[in-house]
Design a binder for this molecule. Structure first.
Ligand SMILES: [Zn+2]
Ligand SMILES: [Zn+2]
Length: 110
């Protein structure tokens, strides 16, 4: 039955954690919330796995010669053009990029 299949499919997608009101990137609240709530949430586990499935378990940096495993999943954007959070509704192809840990660190300027 299509309805029961759809129900089972919806149930398999974890709900994203609520984003605290007035959260701003780079603040102490963000620095706590992002790693301790968002990044450990079932939603993030689900969507990052989706990105790795779709983009392949390989570094998307064309210049990468010696990928550092495991792969990381990098946010291309955190908010959309209207300033709304993309967190909790990331597109696994357009909002996220699979990078090895070396290229990911380089992307963040480490
Ligand atoms: Zn990143
Ligand atoms: Zn790489």
């Amino acid at each position: 039955m299509a309805t029961s299949w759809r129900y089972a499919f919806d149930m398999a997608i974890p709900k994203p954690p609520p984003i605290p009101p007035n959260l701003q990137r780079g603040t102490p609240e963000w620095n706590w919330w992002y790693p301790n709530v968002y990044r450990v949430s079932p939603w993030w586990g689900y969507i990052r796995r989706k990105a790795i499935d779709i983009q392949g378990n390989r570094c998307q940096n064309e210049d990468c010669e010696d990928p550092g495993y495991p792969m990381n999943v990098h946010h291309e954007r955190y908010v959309d053009a209207n300033g709304r959070w993309v967190l909790g509704r990331e597109h696994p192809m357009y909002d996220l990029t699979v990078l090895c840990r070396y290229c990911h660190a380089a992307e963040h300027g480490d």
